[in-house]
Design a binder for this molecule. Structure first.
Ligand code: ADP
Ligand code: MG
Length: 238
């Protein structure tokens, strides 16, 4: 379970309209990539889906249920940021378990779920460390682990690999693809990187200035870009 339906999402900051009517359907289990130039509204759209930002108007449905007035913690969504956003004073284990603990889960359940997520991400040797004692790649794996532990219906990734060096980016990308297969969860993923987009996506959404230019599979966008903007972004020779 984890389908998403956005209808006519608009968002303005003061007089600046950042999202100008976004309609999108994401099926349960799909891997959807958002691409588009800096400032086109990708992060704002993720934040609206997560409930971290209120839409000016429109509807966000998850599994057919309206979420627009539902607080972030109750939407069944976990978000992974570029900046990791880990608590520096907590160990890896506590960073991963905190969300569940705050939701009132019993200690044994927190232990079991953190154990399972850390095994999936090969983080077991690092559970007692604090974020400052980890590499960038390890920190991002902890941030991903923290998301998995909460067993969300929907994962949102906002440029999760852009702070990593090239080799780690490849490894972590493969890891995310593997997680998508094993968790069978719905994932929405923002990236600037064409290779990430082409290799991870079931479906790519090309955004420009707060609107969707085109939605399609990587091959559809590559072979049949709707306009020169999409062609330029996906890199098809025209
Ligand atoms: P992207 O992630 O595609 O780079 P963002 O969604 O971060 O774009 O931003 C889209 C536009 O909204 C930008 O012009 C940005 O300056 C503006 N914006 C984002 N957040 C805020 C905010 N909290 N207040 C005012 N303007 C914002
Ligand atoms: Mg952004």
């Amino acid at each position: 379970m984890g389908s998403l339906h956005l209808k006519s999402i608009r968002k303005a900051f003061g007089t600046h309209e950042v999202l100008k009517g976004i309609d999108l359907e994401v099926k349960d289990g799909e891997f959807v990539i958002f691409v588009g130039p800096s400032g086109c509204g990708k992060s704002t759209l993720l934040r609206v889906i997560a409930g971290l930002e209120d839409a000016s108007s429109g509807s966000v449905q998850i599994d057919g249920e309206e979420m627009i007035s539902t607080p972030p913690a109750k939407r069944g969504i976990a978000m992974v940021f570029q900046s990791y956003a880990l608590y520096p004073h907590l160990t890896v284990k506590d960073n991963m378990g905190l969300g569940l603990k705050q939701m009132g889960a019993p200690k044994a359940e927190v232990e079991a779920k953190v154990g399972k997520a850390s095994a999936m991400l090969s983080l077991e040797p690092y559970l007692a460390r604090r974020p400052a004692e980890l590499s960038g790649g390890q920190r991002q794996r902890v941030a991903i682990g923290r998301a998995i532990v909460r067993e969300p219906k929907l994962f949102l990734f906002d440029e999760p690999l852009s702070n990593l060096d090239a080799a780690l980016r490849v490894n972590t990308r493969l890891e995310i693809a593997r997680l998508h297969r094993s968790l069978k969860a719905t994932m929405i993923y923002v990236t600037h990187d064409q290779v990430e987009a082409m290799t991870l996506a079931d479906k790519i959404v090309v955004l420009n200035a707060g609107q969707i230019e085109q939605i399609g599979s990587p091959m559809e966008l590559y072979n049949r870009p709707a306009n020169t903007f999409v062609a330029g972004f996906i890199g098809s020779p025209q």
